[in-house]
Design a binder for this molecule. Structure first.
Ligand SMILES: *Cc1c(COP(=O)(O)O)cnc(C)c1O
Length: 475
């Protein structure tokens, strides 16, 4: 058969070099322009969803469309069809305006598309990720030889912690599952914990009932005394405690559980201690703030999300542990076809995932570009901006419910104001700023977090004014 029978590559999928460069330049310009518009525009989506659904339905994928048209269409839909984390008046959940180096990292990873399952196929990327994990572990005060890996999320990292805890608690867990335990297992976190723990218990096969939500102390921190009593009582009843997970920077209020007390209780009962510092972990960069996380260095493992306060693109979590052998015990497997089988190095032998994206490059480039000092300035700035919001609200008669030194505020309007849910609904309807409703110690509060690295005093003032204007008791 002659070569003429082999069709040409599909140009729409694999265009020639000149076309790629042209599209890259075009995309770069479109994105920069859209980012400018988003910064000055409404925080909330303002898309006509009915019209959008019609347009989407029209994509029946019969007639191919030109790339530029697709770029234009996609950017327009995103510009009008999402809540904007890149608008500095988004004082929202922990979703950041992403650092530019992390956006560059995504482009580079997309270009090479390395497979990070094994060091055999990606020796350099695997080494870069391990280097960053080592640096963060050291920053957290874990001993040398500590290890870990990047995950797609904090939830995956917390799931990894539970699997490690189960694996260490009962070697037969690997083969027999939870049946290997002498009784039902339990894990402990506070009632202010991030709720993914319930799904994690479900996935891990220990059941949602295994999650003990320990009472808080009235200020949003886990009550260590109640924890100790609950663990004790469970053991007395034949329940097997496997994991204690305090939160360092609760999702709702930025509170830090008593890390040392939790770790002491874990040690006393031979239980794995895991600090969920998904958001708060970035405070480790700041000499001024790292004291808030004192005791994190005692943990068996830690979760930190780079895609939260480290502000990389999503999702980019980290799992860090002082017990490399347990990771390997939990995730080892034999696979003849893999290019390498380095039990202490290859991600596919130590993690939940198999095929794996080069996520760690996002934090590597961001840290390399800004240094610890740059990140210290970034987190300290967020804390100061929240201080501005706090002053502004107090001046207007609001009260502050949480006593966090991190960048989250839980605020309540003056007596006689509309309910918090109505205030926040009205705020969002203005599109001027974004804040959340959260529960703090059982009460509805307005939750405000500085997540945008470029948020200004004018943005803080705008939020305060818009919130205060939304608190009237009539519609
Ligand atoms: C966000 C968060 C999580 C979940 O992390 P994801 O990356 O969203 O999966 C877990 N714990 C805490 C404290 C969080 O703030």
């Amino acid at each position: 058969m002659g070569q003429e029978h082999i069709p040409a590559p599909v140009a729409a999928l694999f265009p020639d070099r000149q076309t790629r460069e042209d599209l890259d330049h075009y995309l770069t310009r479109c994105l920069a322009e859209a980012t400018e518009r988003v910064r000055g525009g409404p925080v909330m989506p303002d898309l006509d969803m009915a019209k959008f659904r019609q347009e989407l339905a029209a994509f029946d994928f019969t007639a191919p469309k030109p790339a530029r048209e697709l770029i234009d269409w996609t950017i327009a839909q995103l510009e009008h069809g999402t809540v904007h984390m890149t608008n500095p008046r988004y004082f929202g959940l922990f979703n950041p305006a992403p650092t530019f180096p992390s956006q560059l990292a995504d482009r580079i990873s997309g270009g090479f598309n390395p497979q990070l399952a094994s060091s055999g196929s990606s020796p350099v990327p695997v080494a870069i990720e391990a280097h960053v994990i080592g640096a963060i572990a050291q920053r957290a005060g874990l001993p040398s030889g500590s290890t870990g890996h990047f995950t797609t999320s904090g939830s995956e990292a917390n799931y990894t912690a539970l699997v490690c805890a189960l694996t260490r608690a009962q070697p037969q867990f690997a083969t027999e599952g939870v049946r290997a335990f002498a009784g039902p297992v339990a894990m402990y976190t506070s009632r202010e914990c991030q709720p993914a723990w319930h799904k994690i218990a479900h996935q891990a096969g220990v059941g949602r009932q295994a999650v003990r939500l320990i009472a808080t102390d009235g200020g949003g921190r886990m009550d260590a005394k109640v924890l100790a009593e609950t663990v004790h009582e469970d053991q007395r009843r034949g329940v097997v405690p496997v994991l204690i997970s305090p939160t360092a920077g609760t999702t709702g209020a930025g509170m830090v559980d008593p890390l040392k007390a939790c770790s002491d209780i874990a040690r006393e009962h031979g239980v794995w201690s895991h600090v969920d510092a998904a958001w708060g972990g970035a405070a480790l960069c700041s000499e001024r703030l790292r004291g808030e996380l004192e005791g994190v260095e005692l943990a068996d493992s830690i979760t930190i999300d780079a895609h939260k306060w480290f502000a990389t693109t999503m999702g980019c979590g980290m799992f860090i542990t002082r017990h490399p052998q347990v990771l390997s015990d939990a995730f080892h497997v034999g696979a003849e076809f893999m290019p390498s089988t380095a039990s202490s190095i290859d991600p596919y032998l130590n993690t939940v995932q198999w095929s794996r994206r080069f996520l760690g490059l996002r934090l590597f480039l961001s840290l390399a570009a800004a240094g610890w000092e740059g990140y210290a300035a970034h987190v300290e700035r967020a804390v100061e901006m929240i201080g501005e919001v706090k002053k502004g609200l107090i001046a207007r008669g609001w009260s502050i419910d949480n006593d966090s030194r991190l960048a989250v505020l839980c605020a309540s309007p003056p007596p006689g104001s509309a309910p918090v849910r109505d205030i926040v609904r009205r705020l969002l309807a203005t599109g001027k700023a974004w804040a959340a409703v959260a529960k703090f110690e059982g009460r509805d509060v307005v939750r405000i977090c500085a997540t945008h690295g470029e948020v200004s005093a004018a943005d803080a003032a705008a939020l305060v004014a818009a919130l205060d204007a939304s608190r009237g008791n009539t519609e």
